[in-house]
Design a protein. Structure first.
Length: 217
């Protein structure tokens, strides 16, 4: 079964023109060199590689478009940012990255739920998600440096930066989950000791703390 996103790509007029042009060229190639097995096979390989290259180019363009979008509360937009980072992870760190990736998606889901409950917090939540992506970028750079440097002193500094980013991400998840639960209780008619002003202040504090962490305290 063809993935819907792939189906859309093959429905593009540019793709149809490309495929048509390739088929015409393929037939011309065979006509020019004759109906031999090597000619048919090599021509088919060229056509397949050209289509695959076109598909990969469109996918990269789509990822860049999503990565430049600001609406991080949209799952596909947020995933575009995360997917863009996937290729930057050192092979030896894939296990840790999978855990961090899942945690980051959990954080985004919590912010969506908070925004759905109280839309007035949406600007603060978007800013929080931007700091989360910045923390991820800092974390990835620490992973890359850890893999590259040889001296123990600089490896230790990279590990400290990595641990700092991991701690900030966990703190962000904990804070957002607590705010989510407080809002949920308020909506159930069991008001907590918080109000909108206090929640907004806590979000701003979280943003400041993350920013300070990104800048290296």
């Amino acid at each position: 079964m063809i993935n819907p996103s792939r189906r859309k790509i093959f429905q593009l007029s540019q793709t149809k023109l490309l495929i048509t042009g390739l088929l015409i060229s393929y037939l011309g190639f065979i006509f020019w060199l004759g109906m031999r097995l090597i000619v048919i096979f090599s021509g088919a390989v060229i056509v397949v590689l050209a289509i695959a290259s076109w598909y990969m180019q469109l996918q990269r363009q789509k990822s860049r478009t999503l990565a430049n979008s600001a609406d991080l509360l949209q799952l596909d937009v947020f995933l575009g940012h995360i997917n863009y980072l996937d290729n930057q992870i050192p092979h030896a760190c894939q296990s840790l990255w999978r855990s961090v990736r899942q945690q980051t998606l959990t954080i985004q889901q919590i912010t969506i739920q908070i925004s759905q409950q109280e839309s007035t917090f949406t600007p603060d939540l978007l800013e929080t998600l931007h700091t989360v992506l910045d923390l991820l970028d800092r974390l990835i750079k620490a992973l890359q440096v850890t893999e590259k440097v040889q001296t123990s002193h600089y490896r230790e500094l990279a590990k400290q930066q990595l641990q700092s980013s991991l701690t900030r991400l966990q703190h962000t998840q904990d804070q957002l989950q607590e705010l989510h639960d407080q809002i949920a209780l308020d909506n159930l008619g069991q008001p907590t000791l918080t109000n909108s002003g206090v929640i907004s202040t806590r979000l701003q504090t979280l943003i400041v703390e993350n920013t300070r962490g990104i800048l290296g305290d």
